[in-house]
Design a protein around this ligand. Structure first.
Ligand code: ING
Length: 334
């Protein structure tokens, strides 16, 4: 990071299924204006910040579904946000539902954009880890039908140079997987922005319920430390259409320390000035190019799910000549 950057997590309370778009935009603009008054340069809104989290229910009403998606960005309904941001010189991350094409060629993604301080879109990300079920399952206490509505993201994990900083983006469930963070870290990201809509309780996994905050923070704190990153995570929180969603918007330092955390379940602004060079301090401490051993990590990309353990012979054949040229250990299991 080349200079101090004052950021804000702009947490949102619930957005109802029948919320008027202009009322939602008014809330976003109000948070962005407040952030500008607090001299923030970058504001992070949640995942799906323009609509209710509709994947919690199944609807086949195409007029309702298409009402949740943006066919162009920016567009007249969000222009007050873009115009205010450009006027105030504030960049922002916005999670929204993206529709490309029409009819049989339609493709829909759970997306986020990074808008720079001039109001121009500096980058886009499409959620790669789309959790839940493609069909309604009456046996489940909580429907999570993102695969019914969204395709897997197809833009990879790009890093954008914006506001003098190398910035990556993730969306909600992505934060729970170590691979996206490492891929962003390997591209020199210094700051990762993400929004989320996370239920505060999982009726189908009740033994996890006592750990919801821990399971939210833990992967991000580890990733921040292991990759030398600042993290800004912004919630859509509160009781939305009968579902209690967790708050816990937070800002995490490359040390892994949570330096700011929200205290409500409503619209709330969380601000912090990121210290330049702390990311670099942890990157040089880990010194990936010196200490990582990709030749030993092959299984991470060779396999999707767990399989049988490799024999030592299979390990020997997998490792690159540099490593497997070492004298074989006669005591190793064959
Ligand atoms: N939400 C959840 C999350 O990772 C989830 C995913 C919730 C999956 C409940 C299944 C059941 O916090 C999103 N939006 O990814």
């Amino acid at each position: 990071m080349e200079r101090p950057l004052t950021v804000a997590a702009a947490q949102l309370g619930p957005i109802s299924r029948d919320a008027r778009r202009q009322d939602v935009i008014t809330r976003l603009v109000s948070l962005l204006e407040k952030a500008a008054r607090m001299e923030c340069q970058l504001v992070v809104f949640p995942e799906m910040a323009l609509t209710t989290f509709f994947p919690r229910f199944l609807t086949e009403d195409e007029s309702e579904i298409s009402g949740y998606f943006e066919t162009e960005m920016p567009n007249p309904s969000v222009s007050p946000l873009f115009e205010t941001a450009a006027r105030l010189g504030v960049g922002f991350y916005l999670g929204y539902c993206e529709q490309v094409g029409r009819g049989k060629a339609v493709r829909r993604y759970n997306s986020a954009i990074l808008v720079d301080e001039t109001g121009h879109i500096a980058g886009k990300y499409r959620k790669v880890h789309v959790p839940g079920n493609p069909q309604y399952d009456p046996a489940l206490g909580l429907q999570h039908l993102e695969p019914w509505y969204f395709l897997d993201g197809d833009l990879g994990f790009p890093v954008f140079h914006c506001l003098g900083t190398r910035i990556g983006m993730l969306i909600c469930n992505d934060r729970r997987w170590p691979e996206p963070w490492r891929v962003l870290g390997l591209q020199g990201a210094e700051l990762v922005l993400l929004g989320y809509n996370s239920p505060s309780q999982l009726p189908d996994n009740p033994r996890q319920n006592a750990f919801r905050t821990e399971h939210h923070q833990l992967p991000m704190r580890a990733a921040a430390y292991q990759n030398g990153l600042w993290v800004v995570a912004s919630a859509k929180a509160g009781r939305e259409e009968g579902c209690d969603m967790m708050g816990g918007s937070c800002i995490i330092a490359p040390s892994g320390e949570v330096v700011a955390v929200s205290s409500t379940l409503g619209d709330e602004l969380l601000t912090y000035t990121l210290e330049p060079g702390l990311a670099e301090e942890y990157k040089s401490f880990f010194d990936m190019s010196r200490y990582r051993r990709p030749e030993s990590y092959g299984l991470i990309c060779d396999r999707c799910g767990p399989g049988e353990p490799l024999t030592s012979a299979e390990w020997a054949s997998k490792l690159s000549p540099k490593v497997s040229g070492q004298p074989t250990d006669p005591d190793a299991d064959s």
